[in-house]
Design a protein around this ligand. Structure first.
Ligand code: SAH
Length: 214
């Protein structure tokens, strides 16, 4: 007999208890099978509210943080979204259900390739996974309504802010690579950029360039 239903109920409950209230986000968190994004040995922990290790020494984020960042983005069905740090592809899958198109970039070829295959197999067809450097998004990718960075940046590069459409929103963990960062939400307005600090988080570092290892 499957253990899933009670676990998934607890999963929803803990997201609500921690303050996630957007129904579309909650529904999406219920629908995306996190167990398909974690390593085989971690399957039984997939619905615990914790980050887990994936290949290349990276992590799949804690479900609460995924839900929180997604809620803060206030996605609409017509939005083009950029994610920096594909990792397992889980956050991209969640985003894809709530927007028009996700362009996600990852500096490890192994992670990019396996996320692409996984997302395709699971039927997420509005996601483009690219192997590359999130600090150097190809100009041809255009500008974005929303940008989500899922690796810690010491500072948000100006070149990234410039890729936001007017009225666009960027969310990123900003702070030192070791220790705690602050989740920052930046909104592009007519006059410039408004920035707001949200909550403390811990992410693996955003490193420049593509990874030399696989
Ligand atoms: N969003 C992921 C978790 C990301 S962990 C998920 O849902 O599973 C952070 C990821 O960012 C790691 O895979 C890391 O390799 C990647 N990363 C770090 N710096 C990067 C950069 N400059 N460009 C692209 N990806 C980067």
């Amino acid at each position: 007999m499957s253990q899933e239903p009670p676990e998934k109920m607890m999963f929803q409950l803990s997201l609500r208890r921690r303050g996630i209230s957007d129904q579309a986000v909650l529904r999406t968190m219920e629908e995306v099978p996190r167990e398909a994004f974690v390593t085989v040995t971690d399957r039984s922990y997939a619905y615990r509210d914790s980050a887990l290790g994936i290949a290349c020494g990276q992590t799949i984020s804690q479900p609460f943080v995924v839900a929180y960042m997604t809620e803060q983005l206030q996605l609409r069905k017509n939005h083009r979204v950029l994610e920096i740090g594909t990792g397992s592809g889980y956050q991209a899958a969640v985003l894809s259900r709530l927007c028009g198109h996700v362009f996600t970039i990852e500096r490890y070829r192994t992670l990019a390739d396996s996320a692409r295959a996984r997302l395709e197999k699971l039927g997420y067809h509005n996601i483009e996974v690219m192997f590359g450097d999130g600090f150097d998004i190809p100009a041809g990718a255009g500008d974005f309504d929303r940008i989500i960075v899922t690796a810690a940046m010491e500072k948000i590069p100006d070149s990234l802010l410039q890729r936001l459409e007017p009225g666009g929103v960027l969310i990123a963990p900003v702070g030192p690579h070791q220790g705690t960062q602050t989740l920052v939400r930046v909104t592009r307005s007519d006059g410039g950029f408004d920035s707001k600090d949200l909550v403390d988080v811990r992410f693996v570092p955003a490193l420049p360039g593509i990874a030399r290892e696989l």
